[in-house]
Design a protein around this ligand. Structure first.
Ligand SMILES: C[S@@+](CC[C@H](N)C(=O)[O-])C[C@H]1O[C@@H](n2cnc3c(N)ncnc32)[C@H](O)[C@@H]1O
Ligand SMILES: [Zn+2]
Length: 346
């Protein structure tokens, strides 16, 4: 295995040219040089299929429910996740401010693997800031969303890849940082994923995961539990229809820092001004995002159970708060933090 990100090689014209070494053949592990990489392995002859600008390194199923390395791919809820996970006002701040905080912390020259990138909103912002980014997800639908919104100039620095995080087709010690935002919950063998993240990181590289998020409803006081109530009623209505919600197979939010600290030895938390966010949202929007299916526990729920559960939730809220409840505006202030894990003082 060749190690390193950029190697110098002589091309035919005798000029010295940088060759980027990050990817490896998923079959024989030979280096696939370049960024984006060569799609044919010169060693074993395998080809990496492409869909648009997406490189398809694995043909595993979208979700794996059996065996050691189970995972929950987001194919079924990709559009809802992209559109509804965050309200528009928060999205604008979130993606660029996270990228700013990360980039300032790690330095702009670092190449980044965004593991479980979803629709790639963070990957795009980081590539816009000049980083080389591998945007990796098992969900082709998520990667299609990213491919559809990736401007040509950014595409030089951003490669969307269908990969399973349990076995990455990437070279040892080839990346400056691995981003794993909202990710370790969804893989059934998070230890194997943490091992892979360590393997591909260069000495002094970081794994970056979400830290604590403190969120407060500062106006519409008394209504802060409304989102929780909407979620609870919907769950109750599903259960009345005999639906058992899926549980994420990986680490819980509390386990992530416990385990990653063991794997990496050191942790540092970033709490910057860029991560203090404020936004407003209508109460009705919380029901709308459930209706549009944006989250893991809604995967596999039949329309015949989903639609009546949404309707019953709406009725219950009307009875409790009157029919104007959806227009209520809730204003939130949030302080996010990011945790950096590393092996030796970076
Ligand atoms: C909750 S989303 C997080 C998306 C993004 N990081 C964010 O913070 O918005 C989790 C993502 O992990 C992906 N995923 C699940 N299992 C995976 C695996 N084994 N390998 C790669 N991606 C996986 C899902 O398809 C989904 O897009
Ligand atoms: Zn090969």
């Amino acid at each position: 295995m060749r190690i390193g990100v950029v190697r110098r090689a002589r091309c035919r014209s005798n000029e010295r040219k940088a060759i980027i070494v990050m990817f490896r053949c998923p079959d024989c592990h030979a280096v696939l040089a370049g960024f984006p990489p060569a799609v044919r392995c010169s060693s074993c002859g395998s080809s990496i299929p492409r869909e648009g600008r997406i490189l398809v390194f694995t043909n595993k199923p979208g979700a794996q429910t059996q065996g050691e390395a189970t995972y929950v791919g987001y194919d079924e809820v990709a559009a809802g996740y992209d559109e509804c996970l965050h309200p528009e006002g928060l999205k604008r701040q979130l993606f660029s401010n996270y990228a700013k905080a990360i980039s300032e912390e790690i330095g702009e020259s670092r190449a980044i693997l965004d593991l479980g990138c979803g629709p790639g909103s963070y990957a795009l912002e980081l590539a816009r800031r000049g980083h080389r980014v591998i945007a990796a997800d098992i969900s082709l639908n998520m990667l299609r969303i990213l491919d559809g919104r990736m401007p040509a100039d950014v595409a030089e620095r951003l490669v969307p890849c269908r990969m399973d995080a349990h076995s990455l087709p990437l070279c040892d010690q080839s990346l400056g940082a691995v981003l794993a935002l909202n990710f370790f919950h969804f893989v059934g063998n998070p230890e194997a994923v943490a091992r892979e993240a360590r393997r591909v990181l260069r000495p002094g590289g970081w794994l970056i995961a979400l830290g604590a998020i403190r969120e407060e409803c500062v106006s519409g006081a008394g209504d802060a539990p409304m989102p929780n109530l909407i979620r609870r009623y919907y769950g109750e209505e599903l259960r009345k229809g005999g639906i058992v919600e899926a549980r994420p197979p990986g680490w819980t939010s509390r386990q992530i820092p416990e385990h990653l600290s063991k794997w990496f030895g050191h942790r540092r938390t970033i709490e910057s001004d860029a991560l203090r966010l404020s936004y407003s949202v209508s109460a009705g929007w919380h029901l709308e995002k459930l209706r549009r299916r944006y989250t893991m526990f809604q995967i596999g729920i039949d329309e015949r159970a989903h639609t009546p559960a949404i309707e019953r939730t709406h009725e219950r809220l009307n009875q409790e708060f009157g029919p104007a409840w959806p227009e209520k505006v809730l204003v939130f202030e949030a302080a996010h933090s990011l945790d950096l894990y590393f092996d030796s003082p970076a």
